[in-house]
Design a protein around this ligand. Structure first.
Ligand SMILES: Nc1ncnc2c1ncn2[C@@H]1O[C@H](COP(=O)(O)OP(=O)(O)OP(=O)(O)O)[C@@H](O)[C@H]1O
Length: 466
């Protein structure tokens, strides 16, 4: 075949294809209409005319397309020469899925447009729509979960300008910029959790989840599943479905392990393995999952002492203790009290201010519950009085009677060693608080302790919380 014949062949095949395309789409669609450059109908098939209430297609000829098909965009297509490949057209009956194409002359100029109604019922699209909707739902729930797992605090919320606080912030910023494990050390209520959030928020993982787990708040037999998740039906009573653990949920983000000193020894070994090998197995599964999690741990207990007593693995301690940050107790930084009070009153939505004598009283207090205790105290003081100016007497009332000097403390000088005396003092303090508060939650509030810390101390001293 010479080149002229081949060209002829190409042209005729193309013409054939165009004709077939038109016929097939026209026959299998729910309707077809053709308009001229001025959007007047030059042809409409019977089915389509009937759909728009015309008994005879001839009635539509010469009419502006919108008069017959309200909402039609064929005028726009004829003018612009640009197709609208897939769109929805609302009709009084059902919405239609439509395709609109320009009609061009030999020189490529638009001389009209052709519209096909591809389906009249969305039913035919419904598998696609269902898939799309379920993807949308998944996306929305993933977004809201992620939002719930975003860091709640930034460095700006860790208030204070004392030298100790500035050093904490300096180290924490350094921690945020690195991937190394951070160990937050400090008494209860000193802001360890706040700082963990802030480190995550300032790290390159900020847009990924922040997940926290308090070792003291979860029964020991459930901890492993909480950590690593479970395979379907992993143990009696376990859900038939696989349940992700915190390591999976925090994937790509930060895992904050609070009260790490309370982690049972057998789990310490497993945590060490994750840190070393970056992989773990869900409970009841042989599958090995890869872990990409940045670890921040915190404790209010003396980890080195726990290592000496064999309660905490030394190798894990060294792994976690790469960047230790000591959070100072409030009594060691009284100069931060004015700024802290102002910030907390602002968070509580109050416009109260404190007199200088009230601030001096706060500076003399010991703050065993640190900033949590300060917050509780200010909350109480606001509730006690209407006066927006909080003076010394009001704060003294909110602080409550100071614990009476325990006669037993004097006796300790004679017989008990320091540890025994401290334990007895703590036992009396906690028992009195439980008795006067009526329940553990209120007792924790009054003592300025977190509930988990109170439970931990009660358990350590063998005191029942009932
Ligand atoms: N430097 C700070 N500036 C402002 N608020 C603070 C500061 N430190 C702590 N807080 C507030 O004090 C309360 C206790 O803080 P957080 O829970 O972070 O302490 P924690 O050390 O993790 O306590 P625990 O060991 O009992 O869990 C929170 O309301 C927190 O917002």
């Amino acid at each position: 075949m010479n080149s002229i014949d081949r060209l002829k062949d190409y042209h005729s095949t193309r013409l054939q294809a165009m004709r077939s395309l038109f016929e097939i789409v026209e026959q299998s669609s729910e309707g077809t209409v053709i308009v001229d450059r001025d959007a007047r109908i030059v042809w409409i098939n019977e089915r389509y005319a009937r759909r728009f209430g015309l008994a005879d297609p001839a009635e539509a000829l010469g009419q502006p397309v919108e008069r017959v098909i309200p909402g039609s965009l064929l005028r726009e297509v004829a003018h612009s020469g640009q197709p609208i490949l897939l769109d929805m057209l609302d009709t009084p009956k059902d919405p239609l899925v439509v395709m609109r194409l320009p009609v061009r002359d030999e020189d490529g100029r638009s001389i009209g447009a052709i519209g096909f109604a591809l389906f009249d019922e969305l039913k035919r699209l419904s598998p696609l729509v269902r898939h799309y909707l379920s993807l949308q739902e998944e996306l929305a729930s993933a977004r809201s979960l992620l939002q719930a797992r975003q860091a709640r605090y930034s460095f700006a919320q860790y208030i204070g300008t004392s030298a100790a606080v500035l050093e904490v912030k300096r180290r924490a910023r350094r921690g945020a910029a690195s991937e190394a494990p951070v160990l937050l050390l400090g008494e209860t209520g000193t802001g360890k959790e706040l700082l963990a959030h802030a480190i995550h928020a300032a790290s390159p993982r900020a847009h990924r989840p922040f997940v926290s787990l308090n070792m003291a708040a979860i029964p020991e037999n459930l901890l492993e599943a909480e950590f690593f998740g479970t395979a379907p039906g992993a143990f009696t009573g376990a859900s038939r479905k696989a349940r992700p653990g915190k390591f999976q949920i925090a994937q790509g983000g930060t895992l904050f392990l609070d009260e790490i000193g309370d982690m049972p020894l057998h789990l310490q070994g497993k945590l060490l393995r994750v840190l070393q090998e970056k992989e773990f197995e869900p409970v009841g599964s042989n599958e090995i999952l890869f872990s990409d999690v940045r670890l921040i741990t915190a404790t209010s207990c003396d980890l080195e002492e726990a290592v000496r007593q064999g309660k905490f693995r030394a190798d894990l301690y060294y792994r976690l203790n790469v960047l230790p940050i000591h959070l100072p107790p409030l009594r060691e930084r009284p100069e931060d009290l004015p700024a802290l009070c102002e910030a907390i009153l602002g968070q509580l939505g109050s416009d109260h201010t404190l007199s200088p004598a009230a601030l001096a009283l706060l500076a003399r207090h010991d703050w065993p519950g640190n900033i949590r205790e300060l917050r509780n105290l200010l909350e109480r003081a606001i509730l006690l009085g209407d006066d927006p100016y909080l003076d010394e007497a009001m704060l003294a009332a909110a602080l409550g009677p100071l614990p009476p000097p325990a006669p037993a403390a004097v006796a300790a000088v004679t017989g008990e060693n320091y540890r025994q005396a401290m334990q007895r003092f703590e036992r009396e303090l906690l028992e009195n608080a439980l008795a006067s508060a009526g329940n553990a939650l209120e007792a924790a509030r009054r003592l300025g302790l977190s509930r988990s810390t109170l439970y931990r101390r009660l358990a350590a001293l063998g005191i029942s919380s009932r």
